[in-house]
Design a protein around this ligand. Structure first.
Ligand SMILES: [Fe+2]
Ligand SMILES: [Fe+2]
Length: 326
């Protein structure tokens, strides 16, 4: 970075209030901003990143209890939907993981996406696939462990988690060319010289005899090694909405065709309980209804037994606007 880029910039004759050492240019590069947005219109807000986890109530007693066990029951896996890409998976033995809790962009550049703060839900492990604001509110759940962007293997209780590092979708396929905004600020969104916020980790979570792949915002065309490594997938989450913000319908269908999962769960769409229209996202109904077999769920939870899942074939399970709020 050139030294002059580190100078404070002036916006509308007012002094910028960015974090020390963060220039207007680097701010947008870091945020991957969609445009001048609120930061310019309303004056920049200071981006503050401080963990508040030390203030959380509760303690690690549940982790100690699980840690001391050697036998875990066979049984159902619970999946709870918290809106957007946030999903909680609970093992038959009671170990829980919350993936991709969301928040609004703290820089303000992307505007308002979410109607509420993410619930301070009680969970054993919180995980995030990447650093975008709509996936990284890792301080919000009341969680003993945080596994942020974890590549490699992790085993605890009756859970096995494998993280595969890859890259974010870097060419917006829909009507809203949000990846062009990165170009406008001099950032190459695509690999190999992408900024860190366009890195991704997808997770395979294995528990109760069911293998779930959390796609996050990953690109539709990861390298061959990726496909070979992830193996057989029973439950697949995919970020597809009517605006085709991350993946297009065709890209999603091709992934489903390749993996042939038993169940597909759409994520990253506009759900009226969670998300504002300002996000530019749309519901996923159209894509779901174009599938051979689908179920419009009437609640935010489902329980899956491996024996039932084994008999399914690309069954689309759509949570719609049904979300857990606690
Ligand atoms: Fe993202
Ligand atoms: Fe996202």
């Amino acid at each position: 970075m050139h030294k002059k880029d580190l100078r404070p910039t002036t916006l509308n004759g007012r002094k910028d209030h960015l974090a020390p050492g963060l220039s207007r240019r680097s701010f947008f590069m870091a945020a991957g901003a969609a445009g001048v947005g609120m930061a310019a219109v309303g004056g920049a807000r200071q981006a503050v990143a401080q963990s508040t986890d030390w203030t959380q109530p509760g303690n690690n007693n549940h982790i100690l209890e699980l840690q001391g066990k050697t036998d875990f029951p066979a049984g159902e896996v619970s999946i709870d939907y918290y809106g957007h890409c946030a999903i909680k998976i609970t093992s038959p033995g009671g170990a829980s993981i919350l993936l991709d809790p969301w928040r609004d962009d703290p820089s303000g550049a992307w505007g308002l996406w979410f109607k509420n703060k993410f619930p301070e839900t009680l969970v054993d492990i919180t995980m995030s696939t990447h650093t975008h604001f709509d996936h990284d509110a890792i301080d919000r759940p009341q969680s003993t462990m945080v596994l942020d962007r974890m590549a490699g293997n992790f085993e605890f209780a009756d859970l096995k988690i494998t993280g595969f590092a890859d890259k974010h979708a870097c060419v917006a396929p829909g009507w809203y060319p949000w990846t062009d905004a990165l170009k406008e600020f001099g950032v190459d969104a695509c690999p190999p010289s992408n900024p860190g916020h366009m890195d991704m980790v997808t997770y395979v979570i294995e528990t109760g005899g069911i293998r779930t792949l959390i796609w996050g915002d990953n690109r539709h065309n990861p390298p061959e090694e990726f496909w070979n490594a992830i193996g057989k997938i029973d439950v697949l989450t995919l970020p597809i909405d009517g605006s085709q913000h991350i993946l297009s319908y065709d890209q999603g269908n091709a992934i489903v065709e390749r993996l042939k999962p038993k169940i597909v769960i759409p994520t990253h769409y506009l759900g009226e309980a969670t998300t504002y229209t300002l996000s530019t996202l749309q519901p996923a109904d159209e894509w779901v209804k174009s599938q051979k077999s689908f179920k419009m769920l009437d609640g935010p939870s489902m329980k899956l037994a491996a024996s039932d899942v084994a008999g399914m074939d690309r069954e689309f399970m759509y949570f719609g606007s049904n979300v857990q709020t606690t």
